[in-house]
Ligand binder design. Structure first.
Ligand SMILES: O=C(O)CCC(=O)C(=O)O
Ligand SMILES: [Fe+2]
Length: 541
């Protein structure tokens, strides 16, 4: 605490920005290389010979090596070239990285992948204009080498880049960014929307740039003129214009990058922020946060109350702490370790694929397996757990249709699950619904247990601005549908952040809707349905 350091050496954890700070980027790579080194060492120590290897390590090692082989050959080369470009132009000293980037393309590749996920917010410092130019070059087309990134830079992002360059008096670069912003508006369609939704701000442009009336065409022409003139010093001095007001955020349903809605991109940014540990909750949001002991849902909990942490009240997001013993958790991990497979996701309703078959995706990079409810006959602790879940949630999972088999998933370092909702009826095309789905109804709620402790790798809820720490032995519960049990509740959009160190194990129990109507009294009363999700679990004071 009392060591004096120069301010330049103080690393602020809350402001890491790998996408635009070469220093943070370099630190990330060093950290990653240490993790990989440690990871391999741990495995090799336990596996002098393959036969001596315990199953989980063996599986992990193979997966790691497969991943390495698969990526090294095809995709990495282009990305590596771009990475070098980025490094050459920035302040990163390759010798200081702790490993030779050329010999470790997988590490480089993964590092770049992280960087893609954390595109803007862009910093407002002039120092990094050059790096930003690189970033812009890489991300402008939404492609990094052969790899599709989530999105191209939006006009808003480009205007922000332009602003930085502008205040840096790098006018050529600023013009470049603004021209790109204009071309990303796709023939003015966004400008047209901006005119429609934000005429006041456009009035401002009108008065600043020209005295003519604004129409879309003339708006674009004026913009051109503005870009053309802005490098002229006399003109610049006369612009008191805050450029971002020209490009206010578009409405949430704007299609920004071919099918991706602006809202999805915003949520993606918040997801990444949460995963980096940034606090995005306001003071008002925090007022509802609470921890307490509860014995409400079943008399069993009078003897051993549930330790409850409320992360969000409406919609409900609750974490139940210490509900499983280490011994039980070890059993669940062992149970699926024998034949773990790479996790798959079901193609969405929008996807061109006709098949029902789930596929391996970049959205979800964990591995997993299932434990059938019937294993509870030979597996007594599992039986106990199923009963306990029923009592905690006050749901009926005694029949096969009440819930899905328990899904166990493992994420190794770097693995993640992009934001999604768990409900399936709206998402799956009708012909893809299984008979089981039709009999059991939608995934009314999720009960997700953390079976291990990891560094990072929490569960982030961008709309609820909440990051849940994956503490071992605790379980998280939320609703995927609204009280009518049919409309999806998008507010519980969530995803698993990348794991930094360790292996994250989770167990998912998805409660299906149809069997629950037995336990819900008076479902016909609208009032009851509206209060149902809250009253069941929260001590309303
Ligand atoms: O890994 C996590 O934290 C989230 C997992 C998840 O959302 C899922 O399996 O559906
Ligand atoms: Fe999920």
């Amino acid at each position: 605490k009392y060591v004096t350091t120069s301010p330049h050496h103080v690393v602020s954890n809350t402001e890491l920005n790998y996408a635009s700070s070469p220093v943070d980027f370099k630190n990330l790579i060093i950290l990653e290389s240490q993790i990989v080194h440690h990871f391999l060492n741990t495995i090799w120590k336990k596996c002098d010979t393959a036969s001596n290897c315990s199953v989980p390590d063996h599986v992990l090692l193979h997966r790691y090596m497969d991943d390495f082989e698969a990526t090294i050959l095809k995709d990495v080369k282009m990305d590596l070239d771009l990475f070098h470009l980025l490094i050459n132009r920035s302040l990163i000293d390759l010798n200081g990285l702790g490993f030779d980037a050329a010999k470790h393309p997988l590490k480089v590749y993964k590092t770049i992948q992280r960087m893609i996920n954390i595109l803007p917010p862009l910093i407002n410092s002039t120092e990094y204009t050059n790096d930003m130019q690189e970033i812009k070059k890489i991300f402008l087309k939404g492609k990094l080498g052969n790899m599709e990134t989530n999105c191209v830079l939006s006009p808003q992002d480009l205007v922000k880049l332009g602003n930085v360059a502008f205040s840096d008096e790098s006018y050529a670069q600023a013009v470049d960014a603004f021209v790109a912003a204009k071309s990303n508006m796709r023939n003015g369609s966004l400008l047209e929307r901006a005119i429609k939704y934000h005429d006041i701000k456009l009035d401002k442009i009108k008065s600043l740039i020209s005295y003519n009336d604004i129409h879309v065409d003339s708006g674009l022409l004026l913009f051109d003129a503005f870009l053309h003139n802005m490098t002229h010093p006399n003109f610049i001095n006369r612009i008191p214009l805050k450029l971002e007001t020209m490009f206010p955020d578009p409405p949430a349903d704007t299609d920004v990058c071919g099918g991706i809605k602006y809202e999805a991109i915003q949520n993606g940014y918040i997801f990444e922020k949460l995963c980096r540990g940034e606090d995005v909750k306001t003071r008002k949001d925090k007022m509802h946060l609470k921890c307490y002991y509860s014995s409400k849902s079943h008399p069993e909990f009078i003897l051993k109350p549930l330790k409850i942490e409320v992360h969000n009240k409406n919609p409900l997001l609750i974490q139940y702490h210490n509900i499983l013993s280490e011994q039980d958790m070890q059993q669940y991990r062992d149970q699926v370790n024998k034949d773990m497979k790479i996790s798959k996701t079901t193609p969405s309703i929008r996807s061109q694929e006709n098949k029902k078959t789930p596929r391996i995706s970049r959205q979800r990079t964990s591995s997993g397996g299932w434990i059938q409810d019937s294993s509870s006959k030979t597996f007594p602790t599992f039986n106990k757990l199923l009963h306990k879940i029923g009592r905690i949630l006050q749901v009926d999972i005694s029949k096969e249709t009440g819930s899905e088999m328990m899904q166990i998933a493992a994420y190794s370092p770097g693995a993640h699950y992009a934001p999604h909702t768990d409900a399936i009826f709206e998402y799956k095309a009708e012909e893809r619904l299984e008979p089981f789905d039709l009999l059991s109804g939608d995934r009314i709620m999720t009960f997700m247990i953390y079976l291990s402790d990891v560094e990072e790798g929490g569960t982030a809820f961008p709309i609820l601005k909440t990051l849940v720490h994956p503490s071992k032995g605790s379980a998280l519960m939320w609703y995927n549908v609204q009280p009518d049990v049919e409309t999806i509740d998008r507010r519980t959009l969530h995803g698993g952040c990348s794991v930094l160190y360790g292996v994250k194990w989770i167990a998912n129990k998805w409660i299906r809707s149809k069997d629950q109507f037995q336990t819900l009294k008076c479902p016909a009363s609208k009032q009851f349905m509206e209060s149902w999700p809250l009253e069941m679990h929260i001590d309303m004071e």
